[in-house]
Design a protein around this ligand. Structure first.
Ligand code: DAT
Ligand code: MG
Length: 160
């Protein structure tokens, strides 16, 4: 199995509900290497860039508010870079499908994710979907000196 790197974000809905430890402990069971970890406040610019593939969706504005913690009163997230065999697929499997009601009941989103009565999707964590997305996201969320070792090509000066 080829080694892969992936970006995981434990989002404000999970932190608000005290689920960071539960999520990390499920991820830890995959035996992946932790290459980077940090707590940070998400700027609007970072949120927009991270979710740029969804910018035309009707829920985009809510999504930006969500990842910035404005819906949950938690102004930060936890971000991780994990590496190991089939890391992307295996982390996505533990994470579960996007919609909590469609996610495998034993996955994180299926077991503790939920839709709120306001209609917000609390799906708890972000996990990269494929190698190209993982490379883009890791370069977006982590500076090279925040990673224990290089895992993605350096960002070109033009993109900073
Ligand atoms: P995933 O997070 O499973 O990779 P995605 O990349 O399609 O899913 O969407 C990113 C986030 O956007 C997702 O975690 C929650 C939000 N989202 C997606 N579809 C949505 C919808 N139909 N209604 C509300 N929020 C949605
Ligand atoms: Mg996605």
């Amino acid at each position: 199995m080829a080694d892969q790197v992936t970006l995981v974000i434990i989002k404000p809905d999970a932190l608000r509900r005290g689920l960071a430890g539960h999520i990390l402990s499920r991820l830890e069971q995959l035996g992946l290497e932790m290459v980077g970890a940090k707590v940070l406040s998400v700027s609007r610019a970072l949120a927009e860039e991270h979710y740029r593939h969804l910018r035309d969706k009707p829920f985009f504005e809510e999504l930006l508010q969500h990842v910035q913690g404005k819906l949950h009163g938690v102004g930060y997230v936890l971000a991780f870079v994990l590496s190991g065999p089939e890391a992307i697929r295996r982390v996505r499997e533990v994470t579960g499908a996007t919609h909590p009601e469609q996610a495998d009941p034993l996955s994180l989103r299926g077991s503790v994710g939920r839709m709120t009565t306001q209609g917000w999707m609390e799906n708890l964590l972000h996990a990269s979907e494929n190698e190209a997305e993982a490379r883009r996201e890791i370069a977006l969320w982590f500076r090279p000196d925040e990673l224990r070792r290089p895992v993605v090509p350096r960002r070109s000066p033009a993109r900073r």
